[in-house]
Design a protein around this ligand. Sequence first.
Ligand SMILES: [Mn+2]
Length: 297
Amino acid sequence: MIKIKVAIISDIHGNSVALKEIIKDAEKNKVNEYIFLGDQINDFPFGNETLEIVRKYSDKVLKGNKEQYLIEYDEEKYDWDNIQFKNTIFMYNELTKDNFEYIKKLPHFMKLEYDGVKLLIAHGSPESVEEQLYKERTDLLDKYTKNLEEDALIFGHTHEKIWHENINNKLVMNCGCSGVSPYYVGQAEYVILEINNGKISDIDSRLVKFDIDEIKKKILNSGILLEDKVFMNLTYGGISGHSEMRFKFLHEARDIMLQKNGKLYRDNAKGIYKYFKLYDDDIWLGLAEKYKSEFVF
Ligand SMILES: [Mn+2]
């Protein structure tokens, strides 16, 4: 009888503090395998530290859209000087050459097998890192499971809370968001999938505490605030009980940008950057002034 415990971790977004707590919890629970579903880095500026842990624990690691941004920025060398874009450039400059070469080689999806149980893992969807498989998108979930050879389709990217369903006789699971979930304060979610005797015997949604004050200190020491304070205020706000503020800020930015320019994306954007909403500095800084009472940096 073989029992395998697989930790599935998605969307860390550079939150190395949360990742360390997840690893501790997984080790306590006798996890033998680790899977990372993409967006390991970007948003919080602790990408190298995050990748050091990811690379130590697993070779089953996917590329997310946040890794893809850096790769395409490297290829195209966009000269976008928007303040909002500085967070991406900061991470691009900070990442070691070795880590950059590592993320370049990561796959968008992977087929895995544990004791006869077959899994298809993806960041967004089996076809795209950027496609969003929300729970309500039954059309897409049906499309991707109808002819699925594997027993399970497992993904992240939408930052919904962890959910799983049986669709077309397949397990469909969104593994939530470990590093920047808008639904928890100082808590990270991940999944422990247990395979026992050739069958999935348990799906355990874990919630582990992490120290948001430690993240605040690390942000202050990182140098990112010299480039742009707004993005860090939104990201830190998102994990410290102000995700509503973050949500409202970005929606207002979107509305103003559309009213002002009639578009959200750069004309010269290619690839994944066709999805990257880039706001003018006057909008970005204007809203920062409006929301400054809720900012901590
Ligand atoms: Mn993503």
